[in-house]
Design a protein around this ligand. Structure first.
Ligand SMILES: [Zn+2]
Length: 424
């Protein structure tokens, strides 16, 4: 069992997480947006930590950060490596574990694995996973894999109009990104991933409710979204008889309940959500003549997602037609469900069993960088630890010290096993 024993201690993990949570702690919770001051400070602190652990810290052109054995220089794309890590950015007023936990795990496990036989283990930190600054769609993970086009750098901007290219140039001046290629373009990824691992808090209530230590994620749900604009007629609420109304808000209510019913009927892990509704004009005494409604459905299987989406859209049309209302159903962002590596999930499940850690296989309802690696054809695995009450994207996010430590030690053992015996 010696290959499973690990000297990783609570201060290695919890102490670093606490330190990391101080970058971006000006308001409630953690606010660390890609390339902002807190993010750059955290980035440089992580590089110093890597140095103190005997690792080299290398940034790529986009500010993704890698922790690696100094003997394994960047640009060694002839050597396949195990990549393990997560994201450094947060949502506005987020928690201290989302992303940060997997980032610390990548650092600690890369240090613990240095010099061991087999595939080298390289920690990674992505720069923009939450989409909370640029809304470019996983630009950190995509840039790490060389999947961000030059035009995108100017096409996305934050709420102040600062483009990705401008913000990146400022971060580069602070030493948080490597020189770009000609005309500021992307350069080749510094490492070649043989496989990719991410450790993350669950951000849902399942593991805690079932008293499990680990979740081995097999699939990441995809989603479909719509903005529904319903048009009827505004009229006096006191003088318009019930039978003569063209009320768009009651139509929206029917659509919302239909989506909920279809989501329930589809069974787990299907979910359907109406996240926003805005009736107009929005007064006591006016039947709402227009209404905007945002709907989203998620599922982990492409066909099931298509079926659920088709059902919800069909029901919206039926409701509008039945009430004599006009409907515009605009398709918003979509994400394809992603299967992670079954071979890696099998190795992880076997190891969890050997180490007597209570675990289950599961689907992630939330998107993660791991999805981008899997979509690029790299064998990828996501592992969850419990989140108290499932709360996340909130200052109340919490995972116990023992759960945090179990997760990192497990990933360390998993890396050792995969380094020596990577699945074919
Ligand atoms: Zn996250």
């Amino acid at each position: 069992m010696s290959q499973h024993t690990s000297e990783i201690t609570a201060p290695d993990v919890v102490g670093r997480l606490e330190r990391l949570a101080r970058f971006g702690a000006d308001g409630p919770g953690v606010t660390r947006l890609t390339y902002d001051d807190a993010w750059c400070d955290a980035h440089r602190w992580l590089a110093r930590e890597a140095d103190s652990l005997g690792l080299a810290a290398t940034s790529d052109w986009a500010g993704n950060l890698f922790f690696h054995d100094p003997a394994l220089g960047p640009g060694r794309t002839d050597t396949p490596v195990i990549l393990i890590g997560s994201h450094l950015d947060s949502v506005v007023r987020g928690g201290r574990y989302d992303g940060a936990y997997g980032t610390v795990a990548g650092l600690v496990v890369a240090a613990a694995s240095r010099g061991l036989p087999g595939l080298p283990v390289v920690g990674f930190v992505t720069c923009e996973e939450e989409d909370s600054r640029f809304h470019g769609g996983m630009m950190g993970g995509r840039s790490l894999l060389g999947r961000v086009g030059d035009a995108e750098l100017d096409a996305v901007a934050d709420r102040d109009g600062v483009t990705w290219r401008q913000a990146l140039a400022a971060a580069r001046e602070r030493g948080c990104a490597a020189p770009a290629g000609p005309n500021g373009s992307a350069t080749a990824p510094p490492f070649r991933p043989a496989l990719q691992l991410e450790l993350h808090i669950e951000q849902g209530p399942v593991l805690e409710a079932q008293r499990l230590g680990l979740g081995i994620v097999e699939r990441i749900a995809g989603y479909r979204r719509w903005i529904a604009r319903i048009e009827g007629e505004s009229s006096h609420s006191g003088t318009t008889p019930m039978a003569m109304r063209r009320d768009t808000l009651t139509a929206a209510a029917e659509m919302i309940l239909a989506a909920e019913r279809l989501g329930r009927e589809a069974g787990e892990p299907a979910v359907a959500t109406a996240g926003f509704v805005r009736p107009e004009p929005g007064l006591f005494n006016v039947v709402p003549g227009a209404c905007e409604l945002w709907l989203e459905v998620r599922h982990d299987r492409p066909e099931a997602l298509d079926d659920l989406a088709a059902g919800v859209a069909e029901r919206c049309w039926e409701v509008a037609q039945g009430r004599g209302l006009r409907l515009a159903l605009e398709e918003g962002a979509a994400q394809t469900p992603t299967a992670l590596s079954p071979a890696l999930a099998d190795v992880a499940a076997r190891l969890a069993q050997e180490l007597e850690i209570a675990h289950r296989r599961m689907t992630s309802g939330a998107a993660h960088d791991t999805m981008i690696f899997a979509q690029a054809g790299i064998p990828a695995l996501l592992v969850f630890v419990p989140s108290r009450a499932g709360v996340s994207h909130s200052p109340d996010e919490f995972t116990s010290e023992s759960d945090l430590l179990t997760g990192v030690r497990f990933m360390d053992a998993l890396c050792r096993r995969l380094a020596e015996h990577p699945p074919a």
